[in-house]
Design a protein around this ligand. Structure first.
Ligand SMILES: Cc1cc2nc3c(=O)[nH]c(=O)nc-3n(C[C@H](O)[C@H](O)[C@H](O)COP(=O)(O)O)c2cc1C
Length: 371
């Protein structure tokens, strides 16, 4: 029934261009988030059928291993609705310190034949003030208590040399409202942003972020973990460097990965050569390989959130075995609709039981490294 509803809604949404469809959907979810009785049907139809499969990541308890990836709710307008759909964690943002419009439209493309998306949104953001006022107005309506991640970025007008000012100021602003914070240095759509992944920039940036985290921790008397979100286009030596830096600066997690700038030959869509970041099925293997490489170096000392092209429980399981402790989805959620959250969690839960384990953590402890 729940997947039937999306199969009726999707053809209508897909007659609109992707950004219009996104805005329309988000406006509806925003409305439902403001008036909690409107959340009940979502909860009944979707959230209620997501089995409990608790996991711990960054010291935070999640009800199940599937969260919503950053970029869908950039201005924190629909936390309660996404939570009602069954996501155990919702990563809001990327939010920038000041409002900015992002790139010119069109800037989002559906690669239907490839089950992918290309976007070059460029951090369109209402800015941190509006973001926080939206979040504080809506958070109380989230009855399901999803974990709130806040993904922060820099304004386009800020130079790469000054980027740390933006990250530190955003971190100070969002700290008290976040269960965890993500430092996004891997969007391909903000000029030179990915240069922050280079050793010199990154070492300084991580130091400044840790200093800010310590200060905020004292003020708010609460430790908020911090994750670093990376690109799937990193070379092995870059992965090595980043792994060493997150270890030495004691970051809490790596989020692997953002969208790719690669364009596999296998792409069939006429939009394949649009500029921007490619996500969905075409990024799946790149992202899993990136997780595997980070896990090989980090071995659980810094946890990994796996994201990129997850379409079903098989894809999810593959990422968990590669080293992910928690998962996020975005693009395939657009193609398949909300029932996929419950289907993936149920599928993972079945695999845990089939292998004879009582919890996902126990299954991973035994099955990882042996595959
Ligand atoms: C339209 C769109 C906008 C996105 N915006 C952001 C963003 O603002 N910040 C971010 O960290 N990732 C952003 N992402 C990347 C996703 O969070 C995710 O890392 C990536 O799409 C891979 O996962 P998927 O294949 O499940 O979509 C965006 C992705 C899409 C498709």
């Amino acid at each position: 029934m729940s997947s039937l509803i999306y199969s009726l809604v999707k053809p209508i949404l897909f007659t609109l261009n992707p950004e219009q469809a996104h805005d329309l959907t988000l406006n509806k979810l925003h409305l439902a988030s403001k008036y909690p009785p409107l959340l009940l049907p979502l909860e009944k139809m979707y959230g209620a059928s997501v089995p409990k499969l608790p996991v711990k990541c960054m010291g935070i308890e999640f009800d199940n291993p599937v969260g919503l990836a950053a970029g869908l709710d950039k201005d924190a307008r629909a936390l309660p609705a996404f939570s009602a759909l069954g996501f155990s964690g919702v990563e809001l943002g990327t939010v920038t310190p000041k409002p900015q419009p992002g790139n010119e439209k069109p800037r989002m493309f559906r690669l239907l034949e490839d089950q992918g998306l290309i976007n070059r949104m460029g951090f369109n953001s209402a800015g941190v003030d509006v973001f926080l006022s939206n979040l504080s107005a809506l958070k109380k309506n989230d009855r399901n208590g999803a974990v709130v991640g806040i993904n922060i970025g820099k304004n386009a007008a800020t130079s790469i040399e000054d980027a740390h000012y933006d990250y530190v100021s955003a971190l100070h602003r969002v700290y008290s409202q976040a269960d965890y914070i993500t430092v996004n240095i891997s969007s391909p759509n903000t000029k030179s942003l990915r240069d922050l992944q280079n050793e010199n920039f990154l070492d300084k940036l991580l130091l400044q972020i840790k200093t800010a985290q310590r200060k905020c921790g004292k003020v708010h008397k609460r430790y908020v973990p911090i994750a670093l979100k990376v690109a799937p286009d990193l070379q092995e030596d870059e992965i090595e460097t980043i792994a060493e830096l997150v270890l030495s600066h004691q970051f809490d997690a790596i989020i692997a990965t953002n969208t790719t700038i690669a364009r596999p030959d296998s792409l069939k869509s006429k939009y394949a050569h649009e500029g921007g970041g490619l996500s969905g099925s075409p990024v799946k293997d790149l992202s899993t390989e990136c997780i595997r490489q980070f896990y090989g170096r980090l071995k659980g000392r810094v946890e990994i959130i796996g994201v990129g092209g997850i379409a079903n429980a098989e894809d999810a399981w593959e990422k968990l075995l590669a080293g992910a402790d928690f998962l996020q989805i975005y693009s395939l959620f657009i193609y398949q609709g909300p029932s996929m959250v419950g289907e993936i969690v149920q599928g993972i839960s079945n695999k845990v039981t089939e292998h004879g384990f009582d919890s996902l953590a126990e299954a991973m402890e035994h099955l990882r490294d042996k595959v």
